[in-house]
Write a protein that binds this ligand. Sequence first.
Ligand code: NAD
Length: 285
Amino acid sequence: MAVIVKGADVAGSIKENIRERIIELNNLGKKAKLTMISVGDDPANASYERGIIKVFSELGIETEKKVLDSNIDQCEFDSAFTEVNEDAAVSGILVFRPLPKSLSIEFAAKTINPLKDIDCMGYYNQASLAMGRKDCYYPCTAEAVIRFLKYEKIDLAFKNVVIIGRSVVVGRPLVSMLISENATVTCCHTKTRDITDRLRNADIVVTAAGSRGLLKGEMLKDASKDCFCIDVGINMREDGKGICGDIDFESTEPVCGKITTVPGGVGSVTSTLLAEHTVRAAESL
Ligand code: NAD
């Protein structure tokens, strides 16, 4: 039976540190504030947003939501973004994506103040991350995976990590972050021939595909016996009752060393890291 590593425990250790930093910020007369920008009120963002508001209010960090009209044009979107970007009272900016097809994120990604870019949507932080710098903002979901590994005190040197998924938000940044932590990384995706073969000798597997039941226990037959399986995926359960990840928990949990769950895993750490980044932004501005 695997050890279940709980998101609440990882998040709890991060929150302790955030609370101390908020006290210090207040002593300096500074305040952290997150502004979330969305175009239209997409229900797909609702659960993420609820999670953010819950964590931020628990920590006493201000949040604000700017819902822009779904018929907004590029010029209006860019100027609404600039207004937030230039607002001295805003320390962190989160733009809910994807934007509607009629809009581009290009201007925002080019112009966002790198110190306010708490989820690494801007080109400055993305390039810094790709170059292996550790002083930039990392995308919160990818960083959440790293925090699970740190929480479990896993030294990544000489470890084989397999990531399933190569998106700009999770898979790709995670490749860079893990290489910077000295891991040996394999990234699988929809055009990978035989994922089971790639899992040979894997010490850590991260699923970030958005494909229910993608990782099955039998695929780990040649992986390390104490392999740590971390599930980033969020999918609707087959019966429509709630969410599940990419890992088929029933077959995987008995054959790996450690595992995370969905819900109760990476998601809860993601919103806590957003709070940590918002506080860090307020410290640096
Ligand atoms: P995406 O659709 O942009 O990318 C998915 C990636 O997985 C692609 O690179 C694709 O090649 C790969 N992939 C998909 N199906 C595959 C398969 N059957 N075999 C191999 N590779 C496959 O998605 P994303 O934005 O990276 O998100 C991935 C998952 O993580 C989604 O379920 C999403 O909901 C979830 N997510 C969770 C959090 C969180 O906080 N827990 C945050 C963001 C995204």
